[in-house]
Design a protein around this ligand. Structure first.
Ligand code: G6P
Length: 369
């Protein structure tokens, strides 16, 4: 097994480091030569149908659900179609209002999650076309969906999902860009600008991974924390949820994610001296708002680990630590922002002596309800 880990101590760490390659592979063959468009041969839904779509539902479990939350923001922002995201175990029992005018997107790394498969069947029964985003060729979900967009993360062994998540995000961008082109909500130049940034995510991820030692030091300082809070607005909120899930899954630290603006409606009561708060502030248009939330928790003597794009020096005056990601289009920031959070969860779990690849009570693929 040591050989399969390629010199890494755990599968999770190996898979975190495989992300630049996984991102590249998931984009490969899906971009037009001049970067003006995405080419999704898999999505054989005719343009007329995509133009008349009234709504998109995204349904999934766990980390894949968190990828769906990013998908909602991105599809709504770029393609201007209303998107609803639902946990598969909720969707399947709540008589969702869907019909032929709805596209249902199911996301599943394994393609075998029982609730997601049941949600897919329910959507098809109600007459909606289903597009599956999955990492496993010929999985149950791939076979039963009307259309399949594969993520090419390669086999994911660690229970905590990492490279599957970032490639699911790429799939969301590809779908959003395709819809935007068909529906005429973005100009060629706007699409090109995002596609060119998309192609650079691999090298930017590489830069973050090269700085991993910074996070190891943080884990040594905060590895004994009992609670950690994650806050962020917009896309940063979606990533905060994923960061918090990673941490609790493998380190067993109580972790919660909140929309930063919602803090004062309850969670702020839990913030006291020395409680670590991971504050995501990668979204330019929301930066000042998040900064004021950081000040709010600092005023209660929390310890703040901020995460932002390079250049936001202002944070250093307020936060205890600042982690930087290379600048990119804010819409794409989740792919980069999650990497330090994956590493933080990993290093904290190692400090605590946890079984990183096989956390207690959890399974890689939940094939029973
Ligand atoms: C389990 C795994 C998670 C995963 C979720 C959904 O809970 O431990 O890592 O996100 O299932 O799995 P799927 O294969 O459908 O993406």
């Amino acid at each position: 097994a040591q050989a399969e880990k390629n010199g890494f101590a755990h599968f999770m760490l190996k898979e975190i480091h495989e992300q630049p390659r996984a991102l590249r592979d998931t984009l490969k063959g899906r971009l037009a030569g001049d970067d003006s468009a995405v080419v999704l041969k898999e999505l054989e839904i005719d343009d007329g149908k995509l133009r008349s779509l009234r709504k998109i539902f995204i349904t999934a479990c766990g980390t894949a659900y968190h990828a769906g939350l990013v998908g909602k923001y991105v599809i709504e922002q770029l393609a201007r179609v209303p998107v609803e995201v639902d946990i598969a175990s909720e969707f399947r029992y709540r008589q969702p209002l869907i019909d032929e005018g709805t596209l249902v997107i199911v996301i599943s790394q394994s393609g075998e999650t029982a609730d997601t498969l049941a949600a897919l069947r329910e959507a098809r029964r109600l007459g909606a076309p289903v597009l599956a985003v999955t990492n496993v060729v010929d999985s149950s979900i791939a076979r039963e969906a009307d259309h399949v967009l594969y993520t090419w993360a390669g086999p994911e062994i660690a229970v905590a999902s990492t490279k599957a998540y970032t490639t699911q995000l790429v799939a969301m961008y590809l779908i959003a860009l395709h819809l935007a082109a068909v529906r005429g909500t973005m100009t060629v130049e706007e699409r090109q600008a995002i596609i060119r940034e998309l192609k650079q995510l691999d090298s930017r991820a590489e830069l973050i991974l090269g700085n991993g030692h910074v996070i190891k030091d943080l884990a040594r300082i905060y590895g004994r924390a009992e609670d950690v809070f994650f806050i962020g607005r917009g896309l940063d909120h979606a990533v905060a949820l994923e960061g918090s899930l990673k941490l609790k899954e493998i380190s067993y630290i109580h972790a919660e994610a909140y929309a930063a603006g919602e803090l004062k409606h309850g969670t702020l009561a839990l913030i006291e001296k020395g409680v670590p708060v991971v504050a995501l502030a990668t979204q330019k248009n929301l930066f000042e708002k998040t900064l004021s939330n950081i000040k709010e928790v600092k005023a209660r003597e929390a310890t703040v680990i901020a995460l932002a794009m390079e250049g936001q020096k202002e944070l250093e005056k307020v936060a205890d630590h600042v982690l930087y990601i290379p600048p990119t289009n804010p819409v794409l920031a989740p792919v980069l922002a999650v990497i330090p959070l994956q590493l933080l969860a990993y290093q904290m779990a190692v400090v605590r002596g946890c079984d990183v690849d096989q956390p207690r009570n959890l399974a890689k693929s939940v094939t029973v309800e």
